[in-house]
Design a binder for this molecule. Structure first.
Ligand SMILES: [Fe+2]
Length: 246
């Protein structure tokens, strides 16, 4: 794995970085605008992201802090699970601050800041969304040394925060960050080539996923409040799943 920056030094961004940000931002927004959740579009305005400026983490934190108390914690690469959930539980989202190259616009093996920041950060200004995020990380921390529990909670995270769909005014919309930052995912996730299922905790616990292909199955929520309200069910079903059958 490459050595990546551990702090954001804004003056280190090159013209090429600005061009990559602008290209990705414009390209994704062209496709996303009619099919992404209106909550995301509103949130994008709140954090003031635009195509001309790579987000400055200090400014983003200043904007988010009075709204939800969340902020960004720079990490060089994807965080180990324990560190990831510990930061989340402190209302800090771990984010990289480097950008892919022009040659890597469509595929990256590890998340860069276009994924971490463009796709994840705007909704950190949404109260119901971050309440769910905090709740799921608090549950994860209680079970951090239990690989089976972390695997099950990882499925919830995957099928909501990363690849979730939401029904708004009877239309399917995107809110998952793994879709928002991916041209391929954006193009296929609403099509009839994939399976759409209503959000259901037990079904998600029973569903496997792959990280190396476009997703084949997506779960639909009605609202972020529904996610938040599912936390007690997640905790209960998790306990049942971890209890050995005698
Ligand atoms: Fe992500």
């Amino acid at each position: 794995m490459k050595t990546r920056p551990t702090t954001q030094v804004y003056s280190n961004y090159t013209k090429q970085d600005f061009l990559v940000w602008k290209t990705l931002f414009n390209r994704q927004m062209d496709v996303l605008a009619p099919i992404v959740s209106t909550e995301y579009l509103k949130a994008l305005e709140v954090v003031k992201f635009n195509s001309d400026k790579i987000p400055d983490f200090t400014q983003v934190n200043k904007l988010l802090s009075p709204i939800t108390g969340w902020g960004l914690q720079v990490v060089p690469n994807i965080s180990p699970q324990k560190e990831f959930f510990e930061f989340l539980s402190q209302r800090k989202f771990t984010a990289t601050c480097w950008l892919r190259s022009m040659e890597q616009l469509d595929y990256l093996e590890e998340p860069d800041m276009f994924h971490d920041v463009f796709a994840h950060v705007p909704l950190l200004s949404n109260h119901a969304y971050v309440n769910f995020f905090k709740g799921i990380s608090d549950i994860a921390l209680k079970h951090i040394n239990n690989p089976r529990a972390i695997e099950l909670l990882g499925k919830i995270y995957w099928f909501t925060i990363e690849f979730g769909l939401i029904k708004e005014n009877n239309q399917l919309k995107i809110y998952g960050a793994g879709i928002i930052s991916s041209k391929g995912e954006t193009e296929c996730c609403l099509s009839n080539k994939v399976i759409h299922q209503l959000f259901d905790v037990q079904t998600i616990f029973n569903t496997d996923f792959r990280t190396d292909i476009l997703q084949e199955k997506y779960f639909i929520i009605d609202s972020f409040e529904q996610l938040y309200n599912s936390l007690s069910e997640i905790e209960t079903l998790l306990k049942h799943s971890l209890t050995p059958v005698v």
